[in-house]
Design a protein around this ligand. Structure first.
Ligand code: AMP
Ligand code: MG
Length: 308
């Protein structure tokens, strides 16, 4: 999907450099429509280990393999009829499928599981990178472990400085991570993480989606966290007034139209976090569609933040 920012179009020299780095076993931060990823050649175990080291991420949290299309996904995973239907409807797009793995899915990527998560992102720069590279790119979000996900190139630079080359694709159009669906069992569809594709749209194609599924160790209760304490409220102005009466300095994050709210959520959390107030109060979003993903991230952010 095009964004209103011309950095979503291609810079040929930067793209060539990113491909060369991936081939050399180095890391590349790249834009997707959800958040920026910290990518490595999914076929290179040492490169994949560098991702965990750079993030400070526990080795048993599996990475998503990003590919240019269904054909490339099939090199890493076994797709059944449900997977094909979802891929046809939502790829390229913010949907990750957890599927039985093939041998090309390395233990370093899957955390030694018999499943692998695969996705075709929709951002034109991500797709161009994946096509030019030709292989799979294993990538988590390009932030230090547990912190707020990056939705702009400058957020990645704030996290990693000169340590990592950043392919700049402008601000992310969706702004929250992919929906993760577990299709590893033939008899059930499990929701591992709400995200950019509404669960309701998935259910319309493959029937009821149950919460949970195979263990997804990356989905921690405390995650996506600002440093400032964060509270959720359905009436944020009243909550802010109460806290101010107690002498606390408060900043408020209002909800609003879900697509727009999702797009600016992480940038707003970063901006408000930098104000140096005592408490952030975030308005709870309506709990359907993209709102479910927004509330999921806010709840985890509240648990991970200081005092929250
Ligand atoms: P991140 O890239 O930080 O958004 O995290 C990717 C998340 O995808 C992981 O933390 C897991 O929750 C999930 N995931 C990826 N691959 C698998 C898998 N094979 N089985 C279960 N969950 C997975
Ligand atoms: Mg992440």
């Amino acid at each position: 999907m095009a964004t209103d920012d011309d950095r979503s179009t291609l810079d040929g020299a930067a793209l060539a450099r990113a491909v060369a780095l991936l081939r050399a076993g180095e890391l590349v931060a790249f834009p997707t429509e959800t958040v920026y990823g910290l990518g490595a050649d999914a076929a290179d175990p040492l490169a994949v280990r560098r991702v965990f080291a750079a993030k400070g991420r526990p080795a048993d949290h599996p990475l998503i393999v990003h590919v240019a299309g269904v054909g490339a996904a099939e090199r890493f995973a076994v797709l059944d009829g449900r997977a094909r239907a979802l891929a046809a409807a939502f790829w390229p797009g913010p949907l990750t499928l957890v599927l039985p793995r093939r041998p090309a899915a390395l233990d370093e990527v899957t955390g030694g599981r018999d499943t692998v998560g695969v996705r075709v992102p929709r951002h034109p720069v991500a797709l161009a990178l994946l096509r030019a590279f030709g292989g799979g790119v294993a990538a988590p979000s390009a932030n230090r472990f547990g912190r707020v996900s990056p939705t702009r190139a400058e957020h990645v630079r704030e996290e990693f400085g000169e340590e990592v080359f950043v392919l700049d694709g402008g601000p992310c159009a969706v702004g929250v991570e992919s929906t993760i669906v577990d299709l590893s069992r033939p008899d059930r569809v499990g929701l591992l993480r709400p995200g950019g594709v509404p669960v309701e749209a998935i259910e319309a194609l493959v029937g009821p989606v149950e919460p949970g599924g195979v263990a997804a160790p990356g989905t921690l209760p405390a995650h996506y966290a600002p440093r400032t304490a964060l509270r959720l409220s359905r009436d944020p102005e009243a909550e802010a007034a109460r806290l101010r009466q107690r002498g606390l300095r408060v900043a408020v994050l209002r909800a609003g139209e879900p697509e727009d709210h999702a797009r600016r959520l992480y940038a707003e959390l970063r901006r408000l976090d930098a104000l140096g107030v005592d408490v952030l109060v975030a308005e709870v979003a309506p709990d359907s569609g993209l709102g479910a993903a927004i509330n999921d991230r806010l709840r985890r952010a509240a648990r991970g933040a200081n005092g929250g």
